[in-house]
Ligand binder design. Structure first.
Ligand SMILES: O=C(O)CCC(=O)C(=O)O
Length: 384
């Protein structure tokens, strides 16, 4: 989850010619990449240029993710077969597409209204089109702030910046307590994002219930109750067109700090997943959700499900909008491997963790790759 970033002290308002000249050179004020993109730079500012070993490369591989057909999941006759497919997808790819192959002309059968989905993408686009000072009202150095606007990945610690602007909205249940602090412009943002967050959370509940069934967790009720009142966060991402996309990334390789992420993307491709040592570009299916296993589920399943690395490429012609919803248990809840997932043949592989551990880690490190999850791993020598 590329979210809890502290603000750099060098945030500055304005945009006069002096600033423009400095931005075109090696020093770049950290405000937003859309601000840079709008100025029509033809050269990527140095602070965004990755070392050659970390650049995106040719990236010719593509993937059509396994599909978990939610219509069939809801059908008692097909449920067991769909759950088997979900289990395989979470073990192998750590990713799947929540929709269906059966209705290619209408791939969206997840139950979230198309109007809610297109409405969200539209309002997000309009938010990132607001003049910078109006977006920047929501910049905050407080990582617990329910609303935060920012740029890059882990802005305070990134040695090289990434070509992304974001708006984070905490969307804990019940939602009413969170929405009051969300941006009041565009005027319909709160209402549209709230409708989306509610529908998205319902979909998450359906997917996690199926995953717990797939894992063979006997007592699901109390966990589902906790999840129903759990922690959710909506990360709205904007990746503007980039003058030299081959030199940078929108987001670096990372895994997400949650149980499941439900990702909505527009028609512009950019998401890549690591599969068997290769970066594969995910074909965008407009209106569908990409679901991925987060670190919490890898821990809870004691490593049976994989929280896989993913990253985002940018391009020179089309801006891209995505909305990642991170869902988990309440922030204060400690998570460890489920009793059902641990036995003599499968010893406990992870230490317990909670949100406070994660925030402390992020404040002190870049948080890229699977570094937080690795910090929770129990070394094999300690197990035996
Ligand atoms: O924009 C995307 O496709 C992925 C977003 C993501 O990985 C994140 O927000 O952590």
């Amino acid at each position: 989850m590329a979210d809890e970033h502290q603000l750099p002290p060098m945030f500055e308002e304005g945009g006069d010619d002096d600033n423009s000249r400095r931005e075109e050179g090696s020093y770049c004020l950290i405000k937003s990449v859309s601000h840079l993109s709008d100025r029509g730079f033809t050269r990527l500012p140095d602070r965004y240029v990755l070392p050659s070993s970390e650049r995106p490369g040719d990236g010719l591989g593509r993937v059509r993710l396994p599909v978990v057909d939610l219509e069939r999941l809801r059908d008692p006759i097909h449920r067991a077969a769909v759950i088997k497919g979900l289990d395989a997808a979470c073990r192998d790819y750590g990713f799947f597409q929540a929709s269906t192959h059966l209705h290619r002309r209408c791939p969206v059968n997840h139950g979230v209204d198309l109007e809610v989905i297109t409405g969200l993408l539209d309002v997000v686009r309009r938010f990132f089109e607001l003049p910078l000072p109006r977006r920047a009202r929501y910049m905050s150095a407080d990582v617990r702030a329910p609303v935060r606007y920012g740029t890059s990945f882990n802005q305070a610690n990134d040695a090289v910046l990434f070509w992304r602007d974001f708006l984070k909205l905490a969307s804990c249940q019940p939602l009413q307590s969170a929405t009051a602090s969300w941006p009041d412009e565009p005027g319909d943002l709160r209402e549209v994002a709230a409708r989306y967050a509610i529908a998205n959370h319902q979909l998450f509940m359906e997917i996690i219930e199926a995953a717990l069934e797939a894992l063979g967790i006997a007592c699901r009720c109390s966990l589902l109750q906790e999840l129903a009142a759990g922690y959710s966060q909506l990360m709205l991402n904007c990746y503007p067109a980039c003058p030299q996309p081959e030199l940078t990334l929108g987001l670096p390789p990372h895994s997400d700090y949650c149980i499941f992420t439900l990702l909505l993307q527009d028609q512009v491709e950019g998401l890549q997943v690591m599969h068997h040592g290769r970066w594969l570009t995910v074909d965008p299916v407009p209106g569908s959700f990409i679901v991925n296993v987060g670190d919490h589920l890898e821990i809870y399943s004691n490593g049976r499900y994989k929280s896989k690395l993913h990253r985002v490429r940018v391009n020179s012609s089309s801006p891209r909008i995505s909305a990642a919803s991170f869902h988990s248990l309440p922030a204060e809840r400690v998570i460890g491997p489920a009793a059902e997932m641990v036995d003599e043949r499968n010893p406990r592989r992870y230490m317990d963790t909670d949100y406070a551990n994660f925030l402390a880690f992020l404040a002190s490190a870049e948080g890229q790759h699977k570094s937080f999850l690795q910090s929770r791993e129990i070394q094999q020598a300690d197990i035996h």
